[in-house]
Every structure is written in structure tokens, then in C-alpha cells.
Design a protein around this ligand. Sequence first.
Ligand SMILES: Nc1ncnc2c1ncn2[C@@H]1O[C@H](COP(=O)(O)OP(=O)(O)OP(=O)(O)O)[C@@H](O)[C@H]1O
Ligand SMILES: [Mg+2]
Length: 236
Amino acid sequence: MAHKSKEIWKVWGNVFDNYTLRNLFKLISQGHFEKLQSPISVGKEANIFTAETKEKKKVIVKIYRLESCNFNKMYDYIKLDQRYQYLKKHRRRIIFAWTQREYRNLLKAREAGVRVPLPLAVLDHILVLEYIGDDYIALQLKNNPPENLKEFFDKIIEYIELLWKKAKLVHGDLSAFNILNYDGNPVFIDFSQATEVRTSNANELLERDIKNVCVFFRKQGMKNLDEEKIKERILS
Ligand SMILES: Nc1ncnc2c1ncn2[C@@H]1O[C@H](COP(=O)(O)OP(=O)(O)OP(=O)(O)O)[C@@H](O)[C@H]1O
Ligand SMILES: [Mg+2]
């Protein structure tokens, strides 16, 4: 193991800063995964990898970048969330809170009955998540529209409603990018900006989430989608 980790250190050393490396090794020593496999996505704030456990099970590792992320924007969003009002404008603290918030939001969403990746671990700026997929990773809704549009759409609205009413959360960045199509069923991902319904801009975010979803499904050919009515139902 020592020999192995030395080798990984050499390979990963070119990709990650020391702080990230140390945390990755902590997660490895805690048994969350054995090695990173492929990079899946380089987003605005985070890099996503698949990783493999000792038992050859896949997991997802989401690493928020410590340097090249827009922590000013993160701060503007998170300071509205009453759970994080104590937060001072300190780069690392904000990024860690942002990561932790995603973990907490995923747990809450899951408890409310929304299909999301199970959060397996969080350490500072790194999240370990359930891998959604089988042999192949589940695709974003955007790249894999479902056959049964109405059924899929209804499920999404049901999830938005469960989030709002049971988890008391609004996703806030819902779109065909942040919904996966896993075997014809929606899975919501990317919960870092999800906030409590009592946040001052929660209604606006809800409106935007509903709108984004409706715009996509209209493009797919669905008719008579009434955003106002959906919103009323959720707020009722
Ligand atoms: N648990 C998961 N299982 C399968 N694929 C995932 C999972 N989590 C993320 N992905 C893939 O990685 C992509 C990026 O993930 P995500 O949306 O969480 O990060 P991001 O958009 O880069 O985040 P940010 O907007 O904060 O920069 C997703 O669109 C999806 O394709
Ligand atoms: Mg995303």
C-alpha cells in the first residue's frame, strides 16, 4: 500500500495541489475509494471524477477547486441561506461551507423521497457521491431525452414539490444539465446552490427552476405546460 500510494502521489501530484492530495489520501485511508479513475467533467467550480472502491464499486468524487473557483459568487449565494449566515468572507471557509451545504442538501432531498446521488462522505472541498449509472454513466437529460416525456416531466415536478414541501429546499439551478436520465427516471444532481425555502430569493429560484424545466420539455414537443399553475400547486 505504501508503495502504491507513493506512485499515485507521483501521478496525482501533477494534477492536484498538496492540500487536495492530502485530503484524497485521507478519504482513501478511510476506505471511501481506492483510486480515482476517469475525469468526467470540469465545471465552473468543481472537477468530477469516477473512482473505484476496494470492492470494485464505482463512486463519484467531486472536488471543488480551491483556487480557480468564483468564491465571490459562492459567497453572494450562501450568505442568503440562514444556515450559513455566520460565514465570514474567507475563501477556503466559503468553499468548504459550499461543499458541506451540497452534502447536507443531498441528504435532506433524499430523506424527502427525491432521487439524488447518496452522499457518502465530505471532507473540506471534496464530496464522495453515489455513482449514477451501470456499465455506463447516466447521461444528462439534455443529451438523453426520455421516451416517455410526460411521465418523466411529471416525476420532475413531483420532485420539485417534494423538495419544497418536505425537504423545505429549492434546487435553484435545475435544468436539463443537472438532471440525469437513469433508465428513464430522473435523478437530480448538483445541489450546492440549493437553499432553504425561507431564503429571501427562494420563490424566484423556484420560478426559474420550473421555467427551465418547462422550456426544455416544450422544445421536446410537450404542449400546454402552464408554469404558473405548477408553481401554484407547489406553493399550495
Ligand atoms: N453522482 C453522479 N453520477 C453520475 N454522474 C454524475 C454524478 N455527479 C455528477 N455527474 C456528472 O458530472 C457532471 C457535473 O456534475 P455537477 O453538475 O455536480 O457539477 P458542476 O456542474 O461542474 O458543478 P458546478 O456548477 O458547481 O461547477 C454532471 O452533469 C454529470 O454528468
Ligand atoms: Mg452541474
